[in-house]
Design a protein around this ligand. Structure first.
Ligand SMILES: [Fe+2]
Length: 188
């Protein structure tokens, strides 16, 4: 069994890691094993952050800091987020159940408004205790699908607050990119 590692300890470690600066890749590499240690503990999140939302998947702000924020996401059966980018570094750790994550690579240079040519690079099954990483601008496009019959609980860590932040959602088949923004969180 993993040794005790609390959310508070993770926050302190992230504060230190992001405070030291460096590239997104360096931050993600340092934070990944720590998030893995955290999500391997089923009680790392309070019960209020493990509820699906009333009409959509649950999204909760757990901790907001100047250089990063930590959110909890709860995907119900069939919930999904079509291919999208993040415009920042990120880490997604699975706390309960599993998620299907499709990763993409963008082939065009983004210079043509509304157009995007993306290709699938991997279809992953991320199970509890696993962490996947996003590093903008070259490796931060993914799609999430809960293909199971149970809720999936995750902890997400990003270098920016994604609420209301304009970014891109892709239509893989039509080769389109549209600007969208995530709404506010369920708890703030
Ligand atoms: Fe995402």
């Amino acid at each position: 069994m993993a040794s005790e590692y609390s959310l508070q300890s993770f926050i302190q470690d992230l504060d230190r890691i992001t405070g030291a600066g460096g590239s997104p890749a360096k931050i993600v590499a340092a934070a990944k094993p720590l998030l893995a240690k955290l999500v391997q503990q089923p009680d790392c999140l309070q019960a209020q952050y493990k509820q699906r939302g009333a009409t959509a998947y649950g999204r909760y702000m757990v901790h907001r800091a100047p250089r990063f924020n930590i959110t909890a996401i709860v995907w119900g059966p069939g919930d999904n987020a079509k291919a999208h980018n993040h415009d920042t570094w990120g880490l997604v750790g699975v706390v309960e159940n599993e998620i299907q994550e499709t990763r993409f690579r963008r082939r065009d240079d983004g210079s043509k408004a509304g157009y995007a040519d993306i290709e699938v690079t991997a279809v992953l099954k991320n199970t509890a205790g696993m962490v996947s990483c996003l590093i903008s601008p070259d490796d931060d496009i993914h799609e999430m699908n809960n293909v199971t019959k149970r809720d999936t609980v995750e902890i997400h860590v990003y270098g920016k607050d994604l609420a209301d932040m304009p970014r891109l959602r892709f239509d893989f088949e039509k080769k389109q990119a549209k600007i969208f923004a995530s709404p506010k969180y369920d708890n703030c």
